[in-house]
Write a protein that binds this ligand. Sequence first.
Ligand code: TEU
Length: 535
Amino acid sequence: MSDWWRDRVVYQIYPRSFQDTDGDGIGDIPGIIAHLDNLKDLGIGIVWLSPVYCSPNEDNGYDISDYRNINTEYGTMDDMQILIAEAEKRDIKIIMDLVINHTSDKHEWFQKSRKKDSAYRDYYYWRPGKKGKPPNNWTSFFAEDCWEYDEKSGEYYLHLFAKGQPDLNYYNPKVLEEIKDILRFWLDKGIAGFRCDVINIIWKSSLEDGKKKLALTGSEHYISQEGAHEILRTLKKDVFDNYDCFTVGETVLVTPAMATDLCAKERKELDMVFAFEHMETDQWFVKWLPRKFNPKRFMKTIAKWQTSLEWNANYFENHDQPRSVSRFGDSKKYWDVSAKMLAAMLLTLRGTPYIYQGQEIGMTDYPFSGLDEMEDIESHNLNKLAKKKHIPKWYIWKMLMRGARDHGHTPVQWDSSKNAGFTTGKPWLAINKNYREINMVAQKGDENSIRSYYKKVIALRTDSNVLKAGSFVPLKISKHIFAYKRELNGEAITIILNFSNRFLKVKHNGEVLISNYSKMGINGILRPYEAVILK
Ligand code: TEU
């Protein structure tokens, strides 16, 4: 079986915000089917679907109550089958989100587990408290305690995320068997792999107190433990190896060494991982503490990962992150060229590129005016915690504006009609007012648009073995310039990026394959946010 996932470009769909077809204000699977031709036209080869399984939506689908059924908001299993078949007709593979660190507390297993004498008790972590306090001092990813007391059984259960997301206990071998069955269920339906949610934290090597930290106290007991590696090897051997599929792990707090252990070919665990370090270069310790974006720090981190790992899963956006053009580019004066420059970089690094819905048209952060406009549980929890800690209101707002995941959740802007063509009903989350200027239809018809640029660079990559498989050689990282070469069998492609709003002098000889300015810059001088790809 070939490593086809190395040659394709992935597009992430957050179904809730993609396209509504039944007027309930929530995106659905028929809406995805309706846009498959659009994705094909862009040059997409793989679609990653954020969760569409049954869920009470405490964390928008990342709290699964039934792994074998589709959330009725999104459609039916028939819709899902049609989606897989229609995608296949267009040679687009579908991967699903695999959320197995936790389930929803509404999942049947947990409902049964709550009863103390049940055979399901050990599917989760239940522990008695310590002198009226939780079993340990760990804190959750969502700015709260990570133990919830259950009156009935007199014990606490562990939840590293929201209360409604109890952690599964992999010390019980039955749990892994259940998961294997679920994987086979979906792979048999024609799914081509999984994006594995927080997969490097599924094994807790002990439940002892953690060293006190600003965030995530206790994480030394569950980040990339040997137990997680073992589980991954088992899943690969017993399930994944029997299918033509691939896995990308979402791996929190990993170093390049840890990531290598998770995805080096010979270890037979995952095919690639999403690391976070480059996305943390504009924060202090946690994402809620914003730090001025420093291109050099960003580029250096990218170069470090490019040269440390054999293969990377490259991304600048996803459903947990603000919009990249607002963050790493200039969404005001240089919106167009800075979005294109980021596209050039994403698509020419070594690794599999992941585009998040709306990124290809340069969607921007949302100008929220208050917490009541935000839906995300993480933002609401952060607000509660920060208030408790007496952090001034204005600073809490600054934190929220920087970190709110809802920036990436506002509905996709399809056209300039009412509600940006997303829904005929009331959208579940506000639509960015800039949809009349920033939308898909307008950009599809304009050969100089951001979307057309994405399309061009995707095509260039798809046709180029150098860009698909070549080595990454850093050439220059200065305050604002990032230059690197991709090389394969004596052939080379050079990429030069200007991360500033100034004209900068950089020698670039060679045939220009693509520049993000419609008319070429002056040879040797890069215009603001210019990207050139040279042969
Ligand atoms: O995210 C894991 C994770 O680390 C999140 O906490 C994320 O980085 C967060 O925004 C940090 O502040 C995954 C999913 O991508 C996310 O959507 C889920 O909420 C989470 O797991 C729980 O399943």
